[in-house]
Design a binder for this molecule. Structure first.
Ligand SMILES: [Zn+2]
Length: 166
């Protein structure tokens, strides 16, 4: 479905997969311009910047995703992506927002938090079978590894992420 993606230089080699479990470079999608940026694993905490737009790539803030950037972040980045499917009119979604802000900040070098507005990206939400919001889906390596619906507090969200990524 996204076959063209494998043609570009970053993250295309099979070797990168085995390397990244030890050390070496991670490929991270820039939260601003969505360019793929290579960051040495040991430099993750050093505020690495995007070569193209010069923004920080580890911001500690959720990134707003549309259908296209959703694909980039979930399928091309080496960081797991926790995607919040939400809408403006949804009270529980608004209640979840500060929880997700905290999680994005606390786990900034472990995962990227993404936000998909389901009103603006209805096809994407439909394709993923989002039936209620808020729904959180955790993606790793292009695959959905966990999903939960409804609001939750930071503690239970952290435990859920820990289990999903362990
Ligand atoms: Zn950038």
């Amino acid at each position: 479905m996204h076959s063209a993606a494998s043609q570009s230089d970053a993250a295309s080699s099979g070797n990168a997969k085995s390397d990244k479990t030890r050390s070496g470079n991670l490929v991270i999608a820039c939260p601003q311009c969505h360019t793929l940026v290579r960051v040495p694993r040991e430099r993750l905490g050093d505020n690495p910047t995007c070569a193209k737009c010069k923004s920080g790539v580890i911001t500690g803030h959720p990134v707003v995703l549309d259908t296209q950037s959703f694909e980039t972040h979930t399928t091309r980045s080496d960081l797991p992506v926790l995607v919040d499917f939400w809408a403006e009119w949804c009270g529980p979604c608004r209640a979840m927002a500060p929880v997700l802000d905290r999680l994005a900040d606390e786990r900034r070098t472990q995962l990227q938090v993404g936000k998909v507005n389901t009103d603006e990206n209805q096809q994407l939400a439909g394709r993923l079978g989002i039936r209620s919001i808020p729904t959180l889906i955790l993606f790793r390596g292009g695959k959905e590894v966990a999903r939960r619906s409804g609001s939750s507090d930071l503690g239970s969200l952290n435990r859920w992420v820990d289990r999903a990524l362990s």
